[in-house]
Design a protein around this ligand. Sequence first.
Ligand code: 6R9
Length: 651
Amino acid sequence: MSNESLANLLKEERRFEPPADLAAAANVTAEAYEQAKADRLGFWAEQARQLTWATEPTQTLDWSNPPFAKWFADGKLNVAYNCVDRHVEAGNGDRVAIHFEGEPGDTRAITYAELQREISKAANALTELGVQAGDRVAIYLPMIPEAVFAMLACARIGAPHSLVFGGFSADALATRIEDADARVIITSDGGYRRGKPSALKPAVDEALTRPGTENVRNVLVVRRTGEDTAWTDGRDVWWHELVDRQSDQHTPEAFDAEHPLFILYTSGTTGKPKGILHTTGGYLTQVAYTHRAVFDLKPETDVYWCTADVGWVTGHSYIVYGPLANGATEVIYEGTPDTPHQGRWWEIVQKYGVTLLYTAPTAIRACMKWGDDIPAKFDLSSLRILGSVGEPINPEAWIWYRKHIGGDRTPVVDTWWQTETGAIMISPLPGVTATKPGSAQIPLPGISATVVDDEAKEVPNGGGGYLVLTEPWPSMLRTIWGDDQRYLDTYWSRFENRYFAGDGAKKDDDGDIWLLGRVDDVMLVSGHNISTTEVESALVSHPKVAEAAVVGATDPQTTQAIVAFVIVRGNVDSEEEGLVDELRAHVAKHLGPIAKPKRILPVAELPKTRSGKIMRRLLRDVAENRALGDVTTLTDSSVMDLIQTRLPGAA
Ligand code: 6R9
């Protein structure tokens, strides 16, 4: 990737200053950058002291065996105690921790005192099943409160959990059970999605017939839908039978700061999924700090809602560990945003008075497609900060989010991070940063990131290349479960002493960072590197387009040719005469003729993972008329059939 190639194709001049009242009362001010710069480790040691330790750490970072980090290694603490008990002890037991909203409309408000009882019972139940500190527990649940209880119960007894998305197949589940050598699985009969019960337990039953899963002793099953469920006596146990009869008292044990907290699998583009390992003290320090800083959380008055699934890292760090460590009141919603109507999310914001909202660009673009009139029907005036995560957010989607959801008042914080980083790394601070639509901007206080070229040289402002992290951070992954070599090869071999994130990025003239998508997705067109993100953003900036996915397809003349799949806005006819030419001309005008897509195909849906990321790999298969690769992590595999029928020459 040459410097010039990724240099500012898109010019973005719009700026939004933080609201004065927010800036005046912000949890974190500009001083934090200075403080962290003067003494980075001292800064993190101070953040660690915000937690309650059974044994206070005297060490901060041990980097004597890089890149295997130890943070706060001589400290001891219990994560569940920090997320729950200490708030009850501080007199906040009556504060609601979780407002649960089921898809069918059932609700449950769970206070911190109740949460303490629920996780104590669940911890006692796991102990009765023979789970000991260090044993792995797989969790395969829908978005119901028991998912949070299960995670915190595991943390409480020191049993690392491994969550698997409810949407993943039996095969994907079996691979993950085997790799982590899980002993117990926590699941449910099912959950509600798109207005009907959707079964989960059959996938567990099937996974447990696969070789490599023999060490699973028990399956603990939450009853959610009440549908008939096959049962294996002696192995399967109902949650309501085992957990409900336990004592609601449980004394948490303190674990070493480097005790494993969880494994979470990310599917690489090739090979078997990587089990990303996170540990205890550093992880909790950084998720709590970043949640307080980036969302400016005021636990007494804010109502926070992260729409992610708990099976994604965003759910781990910003539904469970960060917000609860900070004593937040939060919303958890079980279902899809358009059930029973396309205003469901905005109805929830209005109902609970949500003040802080954290969601993904894919959801924002879906709402753009459905139309501005839908959020306009609800009172969204409680909102004060909006967050985005998961993909680069196109400037037009950013502007739409701020305007139609945030009433043109609220800061939008675009937060860059990964499963591997554990917590937010690059993001504006809502009370400090003048925001720029489409840019994650600057590393948070205590974080060191930059953009380098092929030779590992830092690029000047205006240049582009690869995003790297240049100093260890508290919530960094410790390794890939069972495979230290793969950890070294994947993240630490591309550049010496720098963590390679795998994302393309550029620095603008102010030195702010713009993320350009995965390096694997960059296209090579007639000798120029062009980022899929920038072409997609140019398409989304056209008023008729809600969403776009761009891939490079092998081309005899130009090495790769740009092929774009677009979803038009709700009020536009995708068959409209001249639409494709209009869009091609629009891209050429914004980015230059070199970036003009060779083909543009209007489609109804795009293939996405459950966390909302577009699977460009599959679109590349389509564009190159190849058989489709692995589709097991797709939300809905029928999408690919729909897309293939749109192609000229397709059957
Ligand atoms: C948290 C999460 C990580 C990859 C990451 C990057 C993309 C996430 C982003 C973003 C641009 C942002 N990504 N946030 N790209 N701007 N604000 O998504 O973790 O599922 O592991 O994905 O997601 O490509 O490398 P994970």
